[in-house]
Design a protein around this ligand. Structure first.
Ligand code: PXG
Length: 460
């Protein structure tokens, strides 16, 4: 065992003393006694320093699609490290794993995405897209076409430009963001944004037309691109009503606005299709890939660049002054190839669409359809959400929106289930390898946590 030379209490003390965690309230964290420290994992199960076996209903952070403990992934990394641990893709050099992965990604992604730029994280990939979008319109002789439109509750990363793409107010407030040239429209979030009697498809059309309205307000000659996750993950597993993306696609084409599909969560089988764009019939100009491109075994991201933009960059762009030391890192790319081989060989994407996804949907409906504090359950493949609500008929939230979700999340943790709370929406996104028995355990534990929450509120 690695790094097991301290007691759990010692690890926690050192962690709180020195380690600043992402997205953490440091004072509250230290007061609560520090982290749950994960030591190893297998399949969908995590083990912590106290010896608990925890069901990982979130696949790490929406990324470990092939599950934990895959020896062939470790072997791919080991072999590549022995043969060539590092070389770069700058200055007219390359490595074979990065070339092979580029070819594979072109093959898997929708028509018209024939070029790949590698980075290390979703944030960097989205920053890269912002750079490419600006460069593209400059090259086209339309330097005023610069504004990028995102959506409320959209999540696209944590760097200055990618946070600006996000529609997350608390993130913006802490750093005087968004940067100039970024703006946001409403999300297609029927549960919270639709009028009381508004049907889903009518609401979906209205949400899409918010894009057209904003483009017309700003002037089409100043709007460069629109970015959207097919399903908004970190924003609360927000699923677009049918017809939403067809309308978005029409608007982008009509006003010459580039369409960016951020597939960081939806990609590599999460929805039961290889990409969310396949599920919703989106033909994007850019696609952002990260997370499950390696199932999180190595940090790697990729920007898929559509033919229109690629042609400008290649034919007219001159040198593109952009890149990272580890763009196309050979070890990460070798692991990415091994990951895709597993997804293909085990048919995990089809299995998610035809077997485990429908099974999860049925289990969630059976457990929660009549629950006194659940207003809606929804899922697509192996990504799902449970809306906690004070009044099912009117979709009214509990007071202190967000507090009930946190309470429920804590009950999940106490019950050895990892689930995320996004405000008062409980979300789930397990490894695609999850079996029916494990889905039963996941839903039973989620039900116990929601019941406990309802009891705390005097509603059960
Ligand atoms: N796009 C999307 C759609 C994402 O979900 C990023 C970009 C940024 O990727 P990097 O690799 O830079 O983190 C993400 C990341 C959460 C959570 O708690 C979600 C993400 C990251 C961390 C936490 O839901 N998504």
């Amino acid at each position: 065992m690695l790094y097991h030379n301290r007691t759990p209490a010692e690890w926690k003390a050192v962690d709180t003393a020195h380690h600043l965690h992402p997205f953490t309230d440091y004072r509250e964290f230290a007061a609560e006694g520090g982290s749950r420290i994960i030591t190893d994992a297998d399949g969908v199960w995590l083990t912590d320093t106290d010896g608990n076996r925890i069901l990982d209903g979130m696949a790490g952070l929406w990324c470990v699609n092939v599950g934990y403990g895959r020896e062939e992934m470790a072997r791919a990394a080991y072999r590549q490290m022995q043969e060539l641990p590092y070389y770069n893709a700058f200055f007219k050099t390359a490595t074979t794993p990065s070339i092979a992965l580029a070819e594979k990604l072109v093959d898997l992604t929708p028509e018209g995405l024939n070029h790949v730029f590698f980075a290390n994280s979703g944030s960097e990939a989205n920053d890269t897209i912002v750079r490419m979008v600006r460069h593209h319109w400059n090259l086209k002789g339309r330097p005023r076409k610069k504004t990028i439109i995102g959506r409320t509750y959209g999540y696209h990363g944590s760097t200055m430009a990618s946070v600006s793409l996000c529609g997350m107010l608390p993130m913006h407030r802490q750093a005087d963001l968004p940067l100039p040239g970024f703006t946001h429209i409403m999300p297609p979030y029927w549960y919270d944004f639709a009028a009381p009697d508004e049907a889903r498809d009518a609401f979906g059309r209205r949400a899409a037309r918010a894009l057209e309205t904003r483009i017309l307000e700003l002037g089409a000659d100043s709007v460069a691109a629109f970015i959207a996750e097919p399903i908004q993950g970190a924003g609360g597993v927000i699923m677009p009503p049918d017809g939403y993306f067809a309308e978005i696609q029409r608007i982008c084409a009509q006003y010459d606005v580039l369409l960016i599909a951020d597939e960081v969560i939806c990609g590599f089988g999460r929805t039961g299709h290889w990409f969310g764009s396949d599920r919703y019939g989106i033909s994007p100009d850019f696609m952002t890939l990260a997370k499950a491109v390696t199932s999180g075994y190595q940090p790697l991201s990729a920007v898929m660049v559509g033919d229109t933009v690629a042609e400008t960059l290649i034919e007219d762009g001159g040198e593109f002054y952009h890149g990272f030391t580890y763009s196309g890192h050979p070890v990460c790319c070798a692991v990415g190839l091994a990951n895709i081989e597993i997804l293909e060989r085990e048919g995990l994407v089809d299995r998610t669409r035809t077997e485990t996804g429908p099974y999860l949907a049925e289990a969630l409906t059976a457990a929660f359809a009549d629950h006194p504090i659940v207003g809606e359950v929804r899922s697509e493949g192996l990504i799902g959400a449970i809306e906690l609500t004070a009044d099912k008929a009117t979709r009214t939230r509990f007071p202190d929106y967000g507090k009930t979700g946190t309470r429920c999340r804590d009950h999940c943790f106490a019950n050895n289930l990892v689930m995320r709370a996004v405000r008062d929406t409980m979300v789930v996104s397990p490894p695609l390898t999850i079996g029916r028995d494990e889905i039963d355990v996941l839903v039973a534990r989620a039900k116990a946590a929601v019941d406990a929450t309802a009891r705390d509120l005097g509603r059960l």
